[in-house]
Structures are given as C-alpha cells and as structure tokens.
Design a protein around this ligand. Sequence first.
Ligand code: UNU
Ligand code: FES
Ligand code: FE
Length: 441
Amino acid sequence: MKDLSALIQENGAVQDRSIYWDEDIYELEQERIFARSWLFLTHESQIPLPGDFVTTRMGEDEVIVSRHSDGSLQAYLNSCPHRGNQVCYAEMGNAKSFTCAYHGWAFGTDGKLTNVPLEGDTYYSDINKDRFGMQSVAQIDSFRGLIFATFDAGAPSLNEWLGDMGWYLDSFMDVPGGTELLGPSMKSILDCNWKVTVENFIGDGYHVGWAHAAALDAIKSPLSFMKGNAAFDPKDNGGIQVATRGGHGMGIIWDMAAALHVNPAYHEWLEYRGAQVREKQGERAEKLLKGHWNASIFPNCSFLHGTNTFKHWQPRGPRSIEVVTWTLVEKEMPQELKEYLAVMMMMTFGTAGMLETDDGENMEGCTGSNRGWMTRQGKIYSGMGQINEGPNSEWPGIVNEGFVAETSYRGFYRTWADMMSGKSWEEMARGDGRRSIKEVA
Ligand code: UNU
Ligand code: FES
Ligand code: FE
C-alpha cells in the first residue's frame, strides 16, 4: 500500500487514484471509517411500530434495525452467534422474533437470544443465553427522524458528529410533522467506488450543465440555461458551496428548490412552509428551504433537497456499490404532492432516472479507468474555488460563494484523510488547521 499520509494532498485538493481501487485501502476504510463513523441506517418512518424492522448494511456488515417492544431503537449484526449464519433475509417487515434457519436459535427484537432448541437435552441447560445475543451497535440515535448508529463506543454524540450539518438540515427537517421516506426503496448496483458518488453529491455543481445537458432540456428544467455551459453567466452561479467540519457538505442553488420539476403546488408549499420556517428559525432557514441542495453526510449517504432524493451508497468492495434510493418528503405535504414528487424523483434520480443514468456512467468511468496500473499511479484534482473560499459571516463552515466549486470535496477528503490516519476523536475535534487557504495564510 502507498504511504497513507500522501494519499490526500494540497488541503484536500489532490487524491491519489489508488483510493478508488486498492483493496488494502478499502479494508482500512472498513476499519477506520466504517467501524468508527455514525452511519445512516433508516428513517423512523420506516419502523414506526414495535416489531417493525429493516435490514441494511453498516460498511459491509449486515445489520437488523428494529423497533423493540418497549419502543426503543435497536440495531445488531444480522449474523447468528452460534455458527454465523445470516439470520434475517427479508428487507423489511414486522416480527416478534428472528429465528435462524440453520439450527433454530431465536432472538428477540432487541437481538437477545431467547430460545435454543434442545437446550436441556444437548447443552444440559448449561448455556448462558446472555452471552449469545446478536451483537449490538455501540450507539444508536436519531436526528429529525434519520436513524444512525456507530460501532465505536467512544465516538462523539450524533449531534456533535453532525455539527453544523445539523443546523443546515434543520431548515427543511425541523418542520411541523417532520419528514418521512417514501419506500420501498429502489436498489441497484454500480461498478464504482463509494467515494465517487459521495463526492458527486457533496459538491459537483460543475457537471450539472454538462453531463445533464440533455436531461435538463427533456424535463424542461428551470436550470436548462446551464446546458452545455454555453449560456452560463457568473451571476448564474447564485448559491453557496459549504464544507462543514466532519466531512459533510453541500452545494445550494438559491431559489431553485424545484430545479428538476415545475409544479405550482410545490411552489405553494414552499411559500407556506417558508413563512413558518422564517418565523421560527429566521431568514436564513427560509432561504435554505427554498434552495436546491446536493449534499452528503459523511461518510456515505447523500440527498437532494428540492428533488426529494435520499441515497445510501453501500460499499461492496472497492469497485462496487449498492445504491439505495428513497423519496424524502414532508409528512404534512398533501398526498397528491407527495405522489407527484415521488414520480419526479424516480424520473430524475431513481434507478432508471434520467440524471441517475447520466451520472452512473461517469461514476463507473472514474473508477474503472484505474484498473490500468500506470493510470493508477497518478493523481486527480479537486482544486476548484480554493482562492474564493473561507469562513463566512452568514453561513457556517468553509464557504464558497457560488455553487460551482469543489470546496465540499476538499472538506470530505480532509476528514477522510484524518480518519484513515487513525486520528483520535480529540485530535479530530480540534480541527486540522488546514481548512481553507484563507485560514492557512
Ligand atoms: O446532478 C446533480 N447533482 C444536481 C442536479 C445538482 C443540482 C441540481 C441538479
Ligand atoms: Fe472532469 Fe473529465 S472533465 S472527469
Ligand atoms: Fe448528477
């Protein structure tokens, strides 16, 4: 493996190509990123009732996430402590218990071992059931309905982990009634490294007018002025790009929440909700609510506010991911609006969505080219906008005025490098002192 400290250079602007291909680096990511970070599991709306469960992955670990009989959220490895068989194969459902198909050990909805077949005749009742539950996560918590967990008991709280990202999320998630994910999810496989999709969503405003030119035209997007980049005027770059501490980030296009669909009912909703949000949280929150966001929550989930897309990029080795997609809406939206938004989400960023398929080819190309040994020795570049970014009087984080930039890429890779080098939580909390060119100068 290459020298770890050289994989990310120039304050996050240069990546070594091996990070998209190398199996040893991928294994180290499992240990140092996925086994430590708070990872997205599901939304409370997916498991409202006792016994409700979903199965998902934390890194490559299969997990069951359930609502226990006492109402608490539980998550534990979906693997039997007897001989290791996967216990639950359903994607979601409601259960009183989970029974292993191999020898019949049964577990409660908190993962605890409740029944062992032939317990008296074979173990002579000398088995301590408390010892053999499915292994629970170290911490589980939810933020405005989004449920996360970490395998690291020493990790900071979820609120600290999200930091300023939580403040940004509140503008559209801390609303009366809250939000929900409309499922069932769509799932598909892409032959790409997980980080390529995370970086695309965290901050790629640059590809929108180029890679999506035909789709913007076809759906008569209000952004179709960007197509082919020909008519782009610097004043069209109206928005911000943000890197928040912890590797999260986003690009926001002001007044473009409905960037990929035109529906008067959605605009009416934004006016109605915007006034309430402004009252409770202030003008900045209203401005955020009415913007279109592309965003990622470190390490591997992303969303588009306005296009109502919520995605979980599940790694399956260094060169493959499973993409899981839901529609994220407000619970109090009228039913017809929810249905309209779900259809538009599918048409744009569902598995066969017009923009999703534009991106998919590029995600695979950015990964697959590195199969060439010589190609893989090189570096790639995300230095756009460094000269223009810094702390901002209005917006938390490192901010670039203008949504076409790579500010949030750099924040993501600085945190990635910090975690990969094995920094302690204290070291990471202190910050890396390399957050923007302006601060360094
Ligand atoms: O493709 C995207 N990430 C995107 C599309 C971002 C902003 C607007 C439209
Ligand atoms: Fe950006 Fe080729 S122009 S990857
Ligand atoms: Fe895209």
